[in-house]
Design a protein around this ligand. Sequence first.
Ligand code: HEC
Ligand code: HEC
Length: 449
Amino acid sequence: MTAQRRLGIVTLVIMLGLAAWSWRILRQGASDESSVRQTPTARAPASNLPKALAVHTQARGPIPADPTNRFADDARAVALGERLFLDESFSASGTVSCATCHDPDRAFTDGQRVARGEGMGTRNTPTILGAARRRWFTWDGRADTIWSQAAEPIEQPTEHAFDRTRFAVAIRDDPGVRRLWEAACGALPAALDAVPKGLAARPALADGGEGDAMAQSWAQLSAEQRAAIDLVFSASMKALGAFQRTLDMPLSAFDRWADAVGQGTVSMDDETAGGIITPAARRGWLLFAGKANCIQCHGGREFTDGEFHNLGLPGPDGRLGGDPGRRGAIARLKTDPFSSAGVFSDDPDGAEARLVRSLKDDPETWGQFRTPSLRGVALTAPYMHDGRFATLPEVIAFYDTLEGAIALDHHREAVLQPLGLTAPERDDLEAFLRALSPERLPGVLESAR
Ligand code: HEC
Ligand code: HEC
């Protein structure tokens, strides 16, 4: 073979290869529109996107107004609330503050399975970030406003184990806090002056038993003193609420990707997700919104339907039991003086209050818990109302196999089905959940610490 012929054959082979290659590209282009839509100029109007994704291309609204709290957006109340949030003197031992469990350095959680304050609790500490966006508070929804939620931990024996009387007197007697309080809420009521320092007094707790010394002391205070204490206590809770309203859960890389898709700068079908989130996170989103159908409950802008569901998680004895969840929470909410419909509300006849009055206590709610938002979920381990799962892969394994779950009888919702995911699919779901982490956490409280 001459050198010339050899060159000719090589050239032919190369040309054939090139032709075959371009043919494949062309065919791919025809059969799979993705390669066309991937061009940055192709604009995908948000209306053509699947609904699950379209939701995330809309601007995220601000934290909703709270007419039940007249201090909700007052900067002076925020300053007072921040101070109260960090103050350990409002606890039986003088060592527990809200930040003990809602630690700003841990995305406002504690990293514990269940909360530990003055005693051991039974529930996992949720984050405060973005909490003001919720309609119901705590895992069972027994509070309906973020400010009223704060009243309970102060007097809970396992949390602050404190009482509203010592709380109000501490504000009266600490010149620094008192100055903040009076700037935000006006002069302290005069009837507080004669309340003895150190007197521990509060109404009987919802689940309180006999021989409650603090409840007996409360009954011995005059009506004016009780009213003054309640006023200081409830206004302080509203200041705590105002502060917590400033702690939103920031947006994530996922939101940036959804934005880019909504604006047509990145195609929804671009497997690289424009480099904004990882390919695995994008695949995880498709599973989340598709085959795994997590959006059935974790749908919407905040990845929660805001409602209560029973996942059939077994109690400590392996049977459905232990924590009744939503069951009972409604009755407590309806009689809570701190609810939006209660005497301390600044909007006792508003929409929120009417909603509370219309709630029906239904035995079917037994074992239901609030669907948590999944924003920032990678930062808030462990998981579920009782912190039973230490890691995200454990949570995903539960949904995948429903191993250990109790089959719920027919009149309860039976929405969860085992998913049968492959190992890479589980990893993709996890990558998606991680893409919901805020890109920066609110820098907190250096001034107040
Ligand atoms: C001992 C730990 C502990 C302390 C102290 C504590 N919390 Fe909590 N917090 C929890 C736990 C646990 C829950 C969930 C309770 C439940 O579901 O029953 C919770 C729930 C909340 C929620 C509801 C969040 C949501 O998403 O529904 C808010 C708001 C909150 N706490 C604010 C406060 C404030 C304000 C203080 C201080 C006055 C405080 N907490 C003190 C452990 C604590
Ligand atoms: C039927 C409604 C429903 C569906 C479907 C659902 N979840 Fe949940 N999810 C919940 C509820 C309710 C909880 C809280 C349960 C509890 O604490 O007992 C929860 C808790 C979680 C948690 C723990 C969050 C935390 O802060 O502790 C994660 C993570 C989670 N779900 C992810 C998923 C994923 C991923 C899917 C899809 C595979 C999914 N969920 C499907 C309702 C649902």
